[in-house]
Design a protein around this ligand. Structure first.
Ligand code: ATP
Ligand code: MG
Length: 271
């Protein structure tokens, strides 16, 4: 079963792309087959995976317009050991170009179906807005992973995000759910960060990952070399934290599969 996860938060600069690239590389390190789709015209995930966005063609844009298939557009991130569908500035025009097209919310979902069997995980890096690109990601996703900084306004932004997920659930994708909340750039010495972290746990319970991503300068440096942090400095705290996250995610996935089976066995037993 392929797990398709959108990495989203409409707040800018909260670590979505850092999480997308490094989680993709860490899952690949654990032997998983991973596809990372860059749905942000900024093309940061593309660059972070070692692909030059200015020359990367075709991109998600052509996929959304049905000009190419995912099979044609995917590329290999050599240093990351995963596949990537690149994006660049051209994608900024997608919103307008898609407006009059049929099934404009479902285009990416339909396109991904072609390659779903090739992967264990498909991760989608979303832009910092709740626009048509994000809605395409949510329509295709089984779940949403939300990276967040433990700051004063963090919870406020979450309300809008959760409302959008609910709308998508009603209208486009009844299966969608929150995969998990990931605390990033975390500073354990900050009292405010601890307080906000406690509030998040109160609200979202075990949806909050035990793994916390610390603020770590190596994570910020790696993309300028076109490398996931594992390929840049695998011993640093940031690299270890994203490996821990990948392990936690795999553990939760297996647990979910087992509890799903147990629930089915129970129901089967009753009938
Ligand atoms: P956008 O909303 O613009 O797409 P984003 O949510 O994808 O942003 P990133 O680009 O991942 O956020 O991160 C924003 C900045 O913070 C980047 O310069 C990145 O290198 C840095 N950064 C992200 N996570 C960490 C971390 N754990 N420690 C230190 N720096 C980090
Ligand atoms: Mg980003």
């Amino acid at each position: 079963m392929t797990k398709i996860i959108a990495i989203a938060n409409q707040k800018g600069g909260v670590g979505k792309t850092t999480t997308a690239v490094n989680l993709a590389a860490s899952l690949a390190e654990l032997g998983q087959r991973v596809l990372l789709a860059d749905l942000d015209p900024q093309g940061n995930a593309t660059m972070g995976a070692g692909i030059e966005k200015r020359t990367a063609l075709p991109t998600v844009y052509q996929i959304l317009l049905n000009q190419v298939t995912v099979r044609d557009a995917r590329m290999r991130s050599g240093p990351g050991h995963f596949d990537i569908i690149p994006a660049n500035r051209e994608l900024a025009g997608a919103e307008i170009d898609l407006v009059n097209l049929e099934q404009r919310d479902l285009r990416f979902k339909v396109a991904l179906a072609q390659v779903a069997d090739d992967y264990d995980f498909i991760l989608m890096d979303c832009p910092p807005t709740l626009n048509l690109l994000t809605v395409n990601a949510f329509a295709a996703a089984e779940s949403v992973l939300i990276p967040m900084q433990c700051e004063y306004y963090a919870l406020e932004g979450l309300t809008d995000l959760v409302a959008t997920i609910k709308k998508v659930k009603q209208r486009l994708n009844p299966e969608i759910r929150i995969e998990g909340l990931l605390r990033v750039m975390f500073d354990p010495r900050s009292t405010l960060a601890q307080q906000v972290s406690d509030q998040i746990k109160q609200h979202f319970g075990d949806k909050v990952y035990d793994t916390v991503i610390p603020r770590n300068v190596r994570l910020a440096e790696a993309p300028s070399h076109g490398l996931p942090v594992l390929a840049y400095d695998r011993q640093c705290r940031g690299a270890k934290a994203y490996m821990e996250l990948a392990e936690e995610m795999l553990g939760r996935t297996r647990q979910g599969m087992n509890s799903g089976r147990t629930a089915r066995e129970k129901t089967d037993g009753q009938t």
